[in-house]
Design a protein around this ligand. Structure first.
Ligand code: SF4
Length: 440
């Protein structure tokens, strides 16, 4: 039996694709291995959102090629979709290139490569019968499942390559999503993440499965419908500010199993920069959402993404971003320095903030965020949080899991608790995780 090693870069959508890729390969007679050194086939499921991820890919393929072995090497995902056959020229030793919409055809590509059928490239459209159902084997966790509800993006933010690598938005059937969640619950899954580039832009062709549900948008209705399955916890990511309606918060308040965490990328605190990015929302609109989230008795944790040094960003624009971070009090912010991505509209703009200035702004914003975050996180001290136990240490009796607000929580306990939801009283707060003691 030929062994396949699969490595994933990037977002939850890629992780979810990888789960289906592994399941398909295993069904078709391949053995998935976590050990790259024994693999006959090495596949990289790639991300092209940031330059760094692409560089990492080049390094990793070089590493495999110089290891003295000669496995078949395949590139899948966003880089494959965008680059197509040019990847053969850019990276030596690649045997097949399969785009984001060709994941269903992975076994055929692997077979053909193993038979020595030359270089294979497939960046064609998805098969009509492609099965988006959550993989029933090879999931990243037995207790947590990623459920895609929408694929692609229609927003075309000027710096972003995703609409080109993932294509236009397609919303999946609500009836199918709800029945998948109900089925996962019966199989012992405790937490589902409804995932997509912009989950709250969800707009299925029919409202089958959402009839008579409260909500101004299909997404809010879908939240209520999945909550009604009785699964323990539902998280959703990523949300897009322009489409974020306040009734999403109403739904979170009505259903205990809709978790108190919202990831809401803002990207900049300046309206001028947001216009350049074509984000389609203003800071005023964003603050209104933040105020609604903050007013909720559910103590909703808010996280975000921010880019510094976008073309034309002045010192004043940057100050607006610093002020925004102070105002919003994020539990966590992913801050990036702008890097132009070929093929995006912003690539044509003058990248006029110098690398040194980008670094200065990045470090200052990171410092401010860390201070604000440390202050915010203190509210957990002495509080009891519910934790889904997802992992244990091999060396001692440490357990780890996520709270409903999506914080990593570490505590001491028994490995038999894996998969259970337990109560932990928080007694120490660090920037990226909480520590506490198990409540008996
Ligand atoms: S909303 Fe904007 S940043 Fe997000 S995936 Fe779409 S184009 Fe990219």
């Amino acid at each position: 039996m030929k062994k396949v090693y699969l490595e994933t870069f990037g977002c939850q959508m890629n992780v979810s694709d990888s789960e289906r890729i592994s399941t398909t390969l295993a069904k078709d007679g391949f053995e998935m291995t976590a050990d790259e050194t024994v693999a006959d086939v090495v596949i990289f499921n790639t991300c092209s959102v940031r330059e760094k991820a692409e560089h990492k890919l080049f390094t990793r393929v070089g590493h495999v090629r110089h290891s003295g072995r000669k496995p078949v090497v395949g590139i899948m995902g966003c880089v494959a979709q965008l680059e197509g056959e040019t990847l053969f020229k850019k990276i030596q030793g690649v045997d097949f290139v399969l785009g984001t919409r060709a994941v269903g055809r992975v076994s055929a590509a692997v077979d053909a490569s193993l038979s020595g059928n030359g270089k294979i490239v497939d960046v064609g459209e998805r098969d009509d019968d492609y099965d988006w159902t959550v993989a029933d084997t090879h999931r990243h966790s037995p207790y947590v499942a990623f459920v895609p509800i929408i694929e692609g993006c229609n927003k075309f933010c000027t710096y972003c390559i995703v609409p080109f690598s993932r294509g236009r938005e397609i919303s999946f059937s609500a009836k199918n999503i709800v029945s998948q969640v109900a089925d996962l619950r019966l199989k012992g899954v405790r937490e589902v993440h409804l995932i997509g580039q912009n989950v709250n832009s969800y707009k299925p062709e029919s409202d089958e499965g959402l009839e008579r549900l409260e909500g101004k948008s299909a997404f809010t209705k879908l939240l209520r419908a999945t909550a009604a399955t009785g699964i323990d916890r539902i998280k959703f990511t990523t949300s897009f500010p322009r489409d974020f309606r306040s009734d999403i918060v109403d739904a979170i308040e009505d259903h205990e199993n809709l978790c108190n965490w919202v990831h809401l990328p803002v990207q900049s605190g300046s309206d001028r920069v947001l216009r350049g990015m074509k984000r389609g929302h203003t800071i005023d609109k964003y603050f209104k959402i933040i105020d609604r989230l903050r007013s909720s008795p559910r103590d909703i944790s808010i996280t975000t993404d921010i880019i510094v040094g976008f073309p034309g960003e002045t010192e004043e624009d940057f100050r607006d971003t610093v002020e925004l971070v102070e105002y919003c009090g994020y539990d966590m912010a992913y801050i990036f320095k702008y890097s132009p991505r070929p093929g995006t509209p912003a690539f044509e703009m003058e990248d006029d903030v110098s690398p040194a200035e980008k670094t200065i702004r990045f470090l200052e914003l990171e410092r401010v965020q860390r201070r604000v975050q440390n202050e915010r996180l203190k509210r957990y001290l002495g509080k009891t949080v519910k934790v889904l136990v997802e992992g244990s240490s091999a060396r001692n009796d440490s357990l780890t899991g996520h709270s409903t607000c999506h914080k990593v929580v570490n505590f001491v306990g028994n490995k038999e608790m894996l998969g259970e939801i337990v109560e932990v009283e928080v007694n120490e707060v660090k920037s990226n995780s909480l520590f506490g003691v198990l409540k008996q």
